[in-house]
Design a protein around this ligand. Structure first.
Ligand code: SF4
Ligand code: SF4
Length: 193
């Protein structure tokens, strides 16, 4: 009989990965004692390849490849339900976010379309000061080669004025793009250090 949710551990423990996750997320992963509250609270466990408590265990075991290539870290909606219910006060949502960053840095993103959506969302905010939904939809669908996805919904949504043709002009747009600039400078400096 096949084992459900059994952990694959193809590699030796990578201790530097454990330290890296703990340092970047500022969370003590070793405190996790596998109570399972996080997975019980997570609305997405049913689509994850590893429930979030198993992700925590895999980090403790230094399974960098398995964790950074998992689908779970990209399907996480950052809802914080796991964080709220962890008896050890581990900010698990922050750990998942850290894993997404590391996955991008390592080039191991398992669901490219989700990363593309994140990138296009942030580009939109950087350019317009807030998200321009119509532009986001168009560029995402174009780049993801999903030209006709949800096209049937367009007439209904357009009629309700939910998809403006022209982006909103907000005050302080420059300040928003300055935040992005500061982050990019910081990141480039970190890469060169
Ligand atoms: S809720 Fe906290 S202690 Fe329990 S399994 Fe999840 S991370 Fe570990
Ligand atoms: S933050 Fe992510 S892992 Fe945690 S409960 Fe929400 S969707 Fe699940």
């Amino acid at each position: 009989m096949a084992l459900l949710n059994s952990l694959r551990m193809p590699r030796d423990c990578d201790e530097s990965f454990i330290r890296q996750v703990e340092t970047k997320s500022r969370q003590q992963i070793s405190k996790c004692y596998q109570c399972g509250n996080c997975s019980a609270s997570c609305a997405y466990t049913y689509v994850y390849d590893y429930p979030v408590n198993q992700i925590m265990r895999l980090i403790q075991l230094g399974q960098k490849e398995v964790v950074l290539r998992s689908r779970s870290i990209w399907l996480c909606a950052d809802c914080q339900a796991c964080t709220t219910r962890c008896p050890c006060n581990i900010d698990i949502a922050r750990v998942m976010e850290t894993l997404r960053f590391l996955s991008v840095e390592e080039g191991t993103v398992s669901i490219k379309d989700i990363q593309l959506f994140y990138d296009e969302f942030l580009n939109s905010v950087k350019t317009f000061g807030r998200v321009f939904e119509t532009g986001l939809l168009a560029t995402y669908n174009l780049k993801a080669k999903k030209l006709f996805t949800d096209i049937d919904l367009a007439p209904k949504v357009l009629k309700k004025g939910k998809l403006p043709i022209i982006p909103h002009r907000i005050r302080g747009r420059k300040k928003v793009s300055d935040i992005f600039k500061r982050f990019e400078d910081y990141r480039n400096k970190k890469i060169l250090d």
